[in-house]
Design a protein around this ligand. Structure first.
Ligand code: PXG
Length: 465
């Protein structure tokens, strides 16, 4: 067989890709017609593709490459760990230094008494673990009927059977009989899209109180936990009104319902603090982590668990759950080094004092663009809502996502990775992004918005629903 390398012509790579590779969340037959974009290398905030383009990645991969691409120090740690101990498991009363050291480090960084880590290979797996953990917890407490988990419409918690069920994406549910039993969903705190004439804070309270209504409908004695992302990511970077989380917290405490903060995106500096829970003032019993934990250099995730749950579940015989790669030594060593680098290079300070303020000013200024209804940013995750009518915050008459898709295509053409969710554009650049790179980003984003606007105008698509 010929060796497949970066030096092969793009067309040949695309043909092989189409012939053998099934892509996540993709219509493969459609993709085969035009061919996938082939990414060949990355350095800092930039990617290169097989056509020689240099692309600014304002999504940090999939919200994960927080330290930027191409760090030799992380590669060296992986190589060293592979030579020393490439693999061993953490089942059957064994452990190893990378898993121990990383767990201790996460416990040090995590808020409150979240002192215990159950490792997974990804965010989806970790959320599957959370379902098992909270149900087991209430079982051991003598309340086996307390097993319903309440989550949110348009939340995202992964795409396994458990993660996809916790998530509130109907496109996922329709394919494979989800959600699994005993998971229900309440409305999201999306003021811009769903708040109508209501005041932002009033709306936040109303959407939080939907949790109380749902708990009362089901019966508090049957509800195990509530799960939410501090800031919804894949749902469109939706920053909840300030009233939302304190009310959710109050309701969970009142009804003895565990609170799970899914920090897969918001963890490890994304919002300007170690965790989104710090930024939003949430006190969770469990946090889901992945992505930024290793800056995406190795697949790793986990559940960070409070003392009470860890002691209860751990004190009641075997917890019959785990993955071959729970605490994988190479991934754990890379993640630990990633966290050390974040401290050594004061990445949180950079986000708070340099990158966020600089980007915020330029991002907000996009609200002057005729297409942009709002531009929001917390730390380094942000979004803009595109609208045909800024006053009424109206949706477009075209099918949701038509405009967003057009804008993403323009971004692609302008060597910028900026994603769309419906007709919102979303960003999550590497946390190390520098002011001059933010300038390049804003320039390309503005050009893409201008071109999108012109094309919508030309096609008569600037009408409200
Ligand atoms: N929770 C949250 C909050 C996430 O954002 C997961 C769990 C699942 O993690 P894994 O590692 O199993 O993928 C995620 C993942 C997108 C996109 O296009 C977002 C995610 C994954 C893939 C694509 O926005 N988030």
């Amino acid at each position: 067989m010929t060796q497949i390398t970066n030096h092969m012509p793009t067309k040949e790579l695309q043909a092989l890709d189409a012939a053998h590779h099934m892509h996540p969340f993709t219509a493969d037959a459609e993709l085969a017609k035009k061919g996938a974009r082939i990414i060949t290398r990355g350095k800092g905030v930039y990617l290169n593709d097989s056509e020689g383009n240099e692309i600014l990645d304002a999504m940090a991969g999939l919200w994960c490459v927080n330290l930027g691409y191409g760090r030799k120090d992380l590669a060296q740690v992986a190589a060293r760990q592979m030579e020393e101990l490439c693999y061993y498991n953490t089942f059957f009363q064994t452990s190893h230094v990378p898993a121990i050291a990383l767990a201790a480090k996460i416990a040090e960084l995590a808020p409150g008494d979240l002192n215990h880590v159950f490792y997974a290979g990804s965010g989806s797996e970790a959320n599957d673990t959370n379902i098992r953990l909270v149900r087991r917890y209430w079982d051991v407490k003598g309340k086996p009927e307390k097993k319903v988990i309440i989550a949110r419409k348009n939340g995202y918690h992964g795409s396994t059977m458990g993660g996809g069920s916790l998530g509130g994406m109907t496109g996922i549910w329709e394919q494979g009989g989800l959600p699994i039993p005993d998971i229900t969903h309440i409305d999201q705190p999306y003021w811009y899209g769903e708040g109508g004439d209501m005041d932002r804070d009033e709306f936040g309270l109303m959407r939080a109180r939907a949790l109380e209504t749902e708990i009362e409908r089901i019966g508090a004695d049957k509800v195990a936990a509530f799960i939410g992302e501090p800031v919804q990511g894949a749902g469109g970077v939706i920053i909840p009104p300030a009233t939302y989380w304190p009310e959710i917290q109050r309701i969970c405490e009142k009804h003895n319902v565990l609170l799970i903060a899914d920090e897969v995106i918001t963890g490890f500096g994304r919002t300007g603090n170690w965790f989104g829970s710090n930024t939003l003032g949430i006190k969770p019993h469990i946090m889901t982590i992945a992505k930024g934990l290793s800056s995406g250099y190795a697949p790793i995730g986990g559940s960070v668990v409070c003392d009470e749950i860890a002691a209860t579940v751990g004190g009641a015989g075997d917890f019959n759950h785990g993955y071959t790669y729970s605490g994988h030594p190479v991934a754990a060593a890379v993640a630990l080094r990633n966290l050390e680098i974040m401290e050594e290079e004061s990445i949180l300070d950079h986000v708070r004092n340099v990158a966020h303020p600089y980007l915020y000013e330029r991002w907000k200024a996009l609200e002057d663009h005729p297409l942009v209804g709002e531009a929001v940013l917390v730390g380094l995750m942000g979004s803009i809502a595109m609208t045909p009518d800024k006053k009424t915050r109206a949706a477009f008459a075209s099918e949701a996502g038509t405009v967003g898709y057009r804008c993403r295509e323009r971004c692609f053409a302008n060597n910028l990775v900026m994603r769309h969710v419906g007709d919102r554009m979303i960003i999550s650049p590497p946390l190390v992004i520098k002011p001059e790179e933010i300038d390049v980003f804003i320039k390309r984003a503005t050009k893409s918005l201008d071109e999108t606007y012109a094309s919508l105008k030309a096609d008569g698509l600037l009408t409200a629903a």
